[in-house]
Design a protein around this ligand. Structure first.
Ligand code: CAA
Length: 373
């Protein structure tokens, strides 16, 4: 079976290693930090022990899974890999330099993949000697549980590289949806209003608990703030800033001060022990939960319409990607249809009227929205 290399053994990298090891591949895993390397198999074992205890994972399978992951003392151990996926920090120079290093020590046919959520895959490929071998494989947190992987094809990616990445990832149990190398791909772009409208509501004085509880009451698995706490406020801020810059600071991608403050004050969420809500959980749903849901679902549909308009993805693919990538109970167009076209459009008009001038453009109705819902 193909040998998979993983570089970066934080929550994402380790989760990705688990995905391919579970599918029977030998995984060679490396992290530049000795402490992270040395703790990685213990972290993986601890995350899976509850499944063993509840009888969902036989103890022998866990042992086999751990056996298939070889922690490498240095990058050169990745030389024989067929596919190498990097999941290091969201920093262009760090990823570029690492990919160059990996390219120099692997065979010409080795496929390289970046798990970036915010950077241009094409720009990273441009820095390589064999740009055609690089693809984007964007996993969702927690990687072993979330079913979607976005396969990002930059313009110069070879059909062979795309096909190998798709086949191995699909065989490992993931739903692979191809998407263009455009800012935020499908899910991170279309999810922006989930976080952004929640941050706007927070700025207007609502509590994170009320907002999260309202969305839980609508069937969402996690409210916006618990989701930021899961993924990390730093990652969320990087994704928002990346989109904002790529979209010439359009107010739909406004970077809210509350998010910047979380990061500058180190309240990153689960990984730092404190977030917008974490370690607390949301309380009961507020009396106006339905109004919060309508507001967030109206802006989700409007954002998705802008991606369709730009030719980035088909409406059904967007709905499916949002269900699979975020475990949303329904995609943005499906959600909007439940409210009805008139409610969605009048909500956006209402929001534009009430918003401060700097934010009013967030709610401008995309031309094709009425036809999509
Ligand atoms: N490996 C395998 N299975 C695991 C696992 C692991 N590491 N961790 C959990 N599971 C399994 C559990 O055993 C359980 O299985 P069963 O259904 O068979 O019992 C299932 O996954 C659910 O786990 P839990 O019962 O522990 O937890 P839960 O029901 O509270 O669900 C959750 C947790 C899956 C995280 C859920 O809350 C959820 O779907 N939240 C939304 C997460 C999300 O949106 N992620 C995407 C974030 S955005 C992103 O990542 C993109 C980016 O670029 C930043």
């Amino acid at each position: 079976m193909e040998r998979i290399g993983i570089v970066g053994l934080g929550a994402m990298g380790l989760g990705i290693a688990q995905v391919y090891a579970q599918a029977g591949h030998t995984v060679v895993a490396f992290d530049a930090s000795t402490a992270v390397r040395e703790s990685s198999l213990d972290r993986l074992r601890s995350s899976l022990e509850p499944r063993v205890a509840s009888g969902k994972l036989p103890a022998e399978e866990l042992a086999l899974l751990l056996d298939r992951i070889a922690i490498a003392p240095d990058l050169s151990a990745l030389a024989p890999c067929d596919l190498v996926i990097e999941a290091v920090i969201e920093d262009f120079a760090a990823k570029r330099d690492l990919l160059r290093e990996i390219e120099a020590m692997t065979a010409p046919k080795t496929v390289l993949a970046t798990n970036t959520s915010a950077l241009s895959v094409g720009a990273l490929a441009h820095a390589l000697t064999r740009p055609e071998n690089l693809v984007g494989l964007h996993f969702f947190n927690p990687a072993p549980v979330m079913r979607l992987v976005e396969l990002v094809a930059h313009k110069g990616a070879s059909p062979e590289a795309l096909s190998l990445a798709r086949t191995l990832t699909g065989r490992a149990g993931k739903e692979v949806i191809a998407c263009a190398d455009s800012p935020g791909f499908i899910v991170n772009r279309c999810a922006r209003p989930y976080y952004g409208e929640a941050l706007a509501l927070l700025e207007e004085g609502r509590s994170a608990s009320d907002i999260d509880a309202a969305m839980l009451a609508a069937g969402y698995r996690m409210g916006p703030f618990s989701l930021i706490d899961l993924v990390g406020a730093d990652i969320n801020l990087a994704a928002t800033r990346g989109l904002s810059a790529a979209m010439t600071n359009h107010p739909r991608y406004h970077v809210f001060k509350a998010l910047e403050d979380q990061v500058s004050e180190g309240r990153l969420g689960r990984k730092s022990g404190k977030g917008f809500l974490f370690p607390a959980t949301p309380g009961p749903a507020p009396a106006d939960a339905a109004a919060i849901q309508l507001r967030i679902e109206a802006t989700l549909a409007n954002e998705a319409a802008t991606l369709v308009e730009a030719g980035g993805a088909a409406p059904d693919d967007i709905d499916r990607a949002m269900r699979l990538g975020l475990n949303f109970p329904r995609g943005p167009f499906e959600g909007a249809r439940r409210h009805g076209r008139e409610s969605i459009l009048s909500e956006l008009v209402r929001l534009a009227r009430l918003a401060p001038a700097r934010l009013a453009g967030r709610y401008a109705i995309c031309d094709n929205l009425p036809d999509l819902i």
